[in-house]
Ligand binder design. Structure first.
Ligand code: ADP
Length: 281
């Protein structure tokens, strides 16, 4: 059996066109404030592409670039200012922040209705209680990929490897909200392979290159690889692609799987935040 590959680039394009159409039809131009601190090249590239794609969707670019030696107080003041500014619908603080800054304290200052990364305690609480709210971008993108590929979530056994605030934990809750039976694995899971082999849906977000191979996968399972690592041979994920594709039913490639969906979800969240703030939703 050779897995059907799930093309995240194609779906991200579809989602972006959908957001662009909805934005044009509603005659609102959501304002997205990306906040970049310092000159980290990878963060610079991510923020540039978020800004470019949000402008292409018809959003207003309200970017703030702060010097790498900005103080905690100054950064929090900027985040407060954006929270109070009616022009701003979404606030995204690009992580990681330089080591002298307390990222959790900065995130705590983000206005919850503008929290388009879904990382504040309020957003996490809304998700945990299955109430409407802004959801973290990468796990939302994974749900969208599964739906698009026709993978049934309701009643399926979903196993999530990883329990980070950004991916694993919210991923498990999103799958639970869609009526999957959910198992969460992490670095203290005694026998990873025997847990993952029971999965109909396997989402791997451990940050360990090649952690999951054929021996971890039930034949026919949908395997979603959230990892991304730069190696001498190019990019690779947490899943050993060549062995996994021999046994999985569906598989996301790296690159071109989950990655492109993250920005698409960000655009969707920003439009949703703008609609909520204007009482359209
Ligand atoms: P991400 O942001 O992609 O979720 P993090 O590095 O923040 O990545 O989190 C890694 C997660 O993966 C942690 O929850 C950790 O427990 C889990 N993890 C790391 N190594 C393993 C492993 N060998 N087996 C299972 N889980 C692991």
């Amino acid at each position: 059996m050779t897995a059907t590959l799930i093309d995240g680039k194609e779906l991200a394009g579809i989602v972006r066109r959908e957001v662009t159409g909805r934005t044009a039809a509603s005659a609102i131009a959501p304002g997205l404030a990306t906040v970049l601190v310092g000159e980290d090249p990878a963060s610079g590239i991510y923020v540039a592409s978020k800004r470019k794609l949000s402008v292409a969707a018809g959003f207003r670019d309200l970017h703030r670039h702060l010097p790498s030696d900005v103080t905690q107080e100054e950064l929090e003041r900027v985040v407060d200012e954006l929270g109070a500014d009616d022009e701003v619908d979404g606030i995204l603080v690009q992580l990681p922040l330089p080591a002298h800054l307390d990222a959790a304290a900065v995130i705590a200052r983000i206005h919850p209705d503008k929290d388009v990364d879904g990382l504040t305690e309020v957003s996490a609480g809304r998700l945990a209680l299955n109430r409407p709210g802004l959801r973290p971008c990468t796990p939302s993108g994974v749900i969208r990929l599964l739906d698009w590929a026709g993978v049934g979530i309701k009643g399926a056994h979903a196993v999530v490897v990883g329990r980070s605030d950004l991916v694993g934990r919210p991923q498990a809750q999103l799958l639970l909200a869609r009526d999957a039976t959910v198992t969460i694995c992490h670095r203290y899971t005694a026998d990873l392979a025997s847990a993952t082999r029971t999965a109909d849906i396997l989402v791997v977000a451990a940050g360990v290159p090649g952690l999951v191979g054929a021996e971890h996968i039930k034949p026919g399972a949908a395997v979603i690889d959230v990892g991304i690592h730069r190696t001498e041979d190019g990019l690779c994920g947490d899943v050993d692609f060549e062995s996994a594709r021999q046994i999985a039913g569906h598989l996301t490639p790296v690159p071109g799987g989950v990655g492109p969906m993250t920005i698409a979800s960000l655009l969707q969240n920003t439009l949703t935040a703008a609609e909520f703030r204007r009482g359209i939703r």
